[in-house]
Design a binder for this molecule. Structure first.
Ligand SMILES: [Zn+2]
Length: 166
């Protein structure tokens, strides 16, 4: 079972134990991760966990086990919306150690991907072109620039997200 970065005792009592206090001080756990842990503990009393959270400015990425992504999104996006409201930022849930295709799917959801192919920039460098299904254009969750940056951060790959023309 996937745990939280902060222990149950702390989340239950609202007072940080020495171990968690040290993690926060050393930066092993961020204030943002503490905040998200509190929300998830309130919602599920330890039944929902995550590995870490990355603050990308407007958007926060929560990394969890691949098979936990759906649980953290929740029915109809209920869980992810609650987290989003609590921290005041948009939230994307992404599976850990995923390949480019899975990361792109998680980052762009609920917009669906029609395909990914390799293109070469003017500098001759390899880039991945991620194509989104035309009718899903309005469901793309953030600006393409932000989403490309998120994918780069998670996979190291340069991408350009485009919407299919037909
Ligand atoms: Zn603790």
């Amino acid at each position: 079972m996937m745990g939280l970065p902060i222990c149950d005792v702390c989340l239950k009592s609202g007072i940080l134990c020495q171990g968690c206090e040290d993690k926060l001080k050393s930066g092993e756990v961020s204030e943002l991760e503490l905040e998200i842990s509190k929300v998830l503990y309130r919602l599920a009393e330890g039944k929902l966990g995550f590995k870490r959270a990355i603050d990308m400015g407007d958007v926060v990425i929560i990394i969890t086990d691949r098979d936990q992504v759906g649980k953290l999104i929740g029915k109809g996006g209920k869980i992810v919306r609650t987290i989003s409201r609590a921290i005041g930022k948009r939230v994307r849930i992404v599976g850990e150690d995923s390949d480019l295709k899975s990361v792109a799917e998680d980052v762009l959801a609920p917009a669906r991907i029609s395909g990914i192919n390799i293109v070469y920039g003017k500098d001759g460098k390899e880039k991945f072109k991620i194509r989104v299904i035309k009718e899903d254009a309005r469901r793309i969750p953030a600006s393409l620039d932000v989403l490309n940056r998120i994918i780069k951060r998670l996979t190291g790959e340069e991408t350009t997200i485009v919407v299919d023309e037909y």
